[in-house]
Design a protein. Structure first.
Ligand SMILES: Cc1cc2nc3c(=O)[nH]c(=O)nc-3n(C[C@H](O)[C@H](O)[C@H](O)COP(=O)(O)O)c2cc1C
Length: 347
């Protein structure tokens, strides 16, 4: 087995309930690295202090072409933060989270203070178990509609994080969104800089990869995978991607747009927490999701998506949702590889 799949094997029973706060924080952060991130770039770092832990943006892992303002990078970090919150709640700890606590340091995205014992609710238990059951599922979903209560719960889970969520189920509306996805694919793949960046994150040896995407994730045939990065750099495959993405968007029973009123790092962190809340709540109902974020990455198409979805703010994430066959886990750098060491050598 790829050793970089081991972070998924974490067991809650190993929580050091009687240990030092710093050891408890380290354990809790092991759930953060299981969050989704653009191109599986895992753009997060963590610093563990005696009584709190800090989430720091790793901008060396930024995607300059597709995400020039680090918006998706920040959303990914927000998703990681949500996992830590869920783990703290499940393990019965109160906590306090400060977003962007130091105006002089924009890389310090959040500080988490671990508090005294708290209560664990039934919802906490379900969400916690969903962390290791969540994977991006790029396969086609079954056409059966999602129950209204499930869609309502998905909308509310974003709302509780201060983030809007518009669910789109009508066929004509899904078709219109699918056209935007297709247009975005064509534009992005025709850009040599986009292809170059994508090629840098494609791993030709998935059995040993710690991050990045496989050619399979990108829908490239297995027999071509050895040549993946070269193939991606050289050819504009936009037409093929566009048609595939339009089809899976059209044939998913529901699409969801997460949106924020503001376009600031704080709003992006909220969007990331809402995203992970939506994905985990979806999993508790056996619902899978994958991302169709391309139109949000192209400014003109982002505006058209907002109009189409009737949003008076900024679309941050476009998901498709549905029932389907299980998806596999993707690799992760371990928490130890993502820790910022204190100068003295502590943690
Ligand atoms: C902000 C954000 C944007 C993403 N955009 C896309 C996307 O447009 N297309 C896609 O296939 N996956 C997208 N993903 C999913 C990542 O590729 C995925 O999370 C990563 O490969 C790790 O895999 P996992 O989610 O199965 O753990 C996105 C993830 C995040 C957090």
């Amino acid at each position: 087995m790829n050793r970089h799949l081991q972070p998924w094997q974490i067991r809650a029973d190993d929580f050091p309930a009687d240990g030092f706060t710093s050891d408890q924080l380290e354990f809790l952060l092991s759930y953060a690295v299981l969050a989704p991130s653009t191109h599986n770039s895992q753009p997060w770092l963590f610093r563990i202090n005696a009584m709190d832990a800090e989430l720091v943006a790793d901008r060396r892992r930024a995607l300059r072409v597709v995400d020039p303002y680090d918006r998706e990078l920040t959303v990914s970090c927000g998703a990681a933060l949500f996992n830590v919150r869920v783990a703290m709640e499940y393990l019965g700890h109160q906590y306090q989270v400060e977003l962007l606590p130091d105006p002089a340091d924009p890389n310090l995205l959040a500080r988490v203070h671990l508090g005294l014992s708290g209560e664990t609710s039934g919802d906490d238990v379900l969400l916690f178990h969903a962390i290791t059951q969540r994977h991006t599922n790029r396969q086609p979903f079954r056409p059966e509609p999602l129950p209204t209560e499930v869609l309502a719960e998905i909308e509310q889970s974003a709302g509780r994080e201060g983030v809007g969520c518009v669910v789109i189920t009508a066929e004509a509306d899904r078709a219109a969104v699918a056209e935007l996805v297709m247009a975005a694919d064509r534009l992005q793949w025709s850009d040599a800089r986009f292809r170059e960046e994508m090629a840098r994150w494609v791993r030709t040896q998935p059995a040993v990869a710690a991050d990045g995407l496989t050619t399979h994730d990108l829908g490239i045939k297995d027999w071509l995978s050895f040549a993946g990065p070269l193939w991606i750099r050289t050819f504009d495959r936009g037409g093929g991607h566009a048609a595939h993405d339009r089809d899976i968007a059209m044939h998913s029973p529901a699409l969801a747009v997460l949106w924020t009123a503001e376009e600031t790092p704080r709003a992006w962190l909220q969007a990331g927490q809402a995203l992970q809340s939506v994905l985990l709540h979806a999993r508790t109902e056996e619902v899978w999701a994958s991302f169709l974020n391309q139109p949000i990455e192209v400014p003109d198409l982002r505006a058209r998506l907002a109009e189409l979805a009737g949003i008076s703010g900024h679309p941050q994430i476009l998901l498709r949702l549905g029932y389907g066959e299980p998806a596999a886990a993707s690799p992760r750098l371990s928490l130890r590889e993502r820790l910022i060491r204190h100068p003295g050598g502590h943690a």
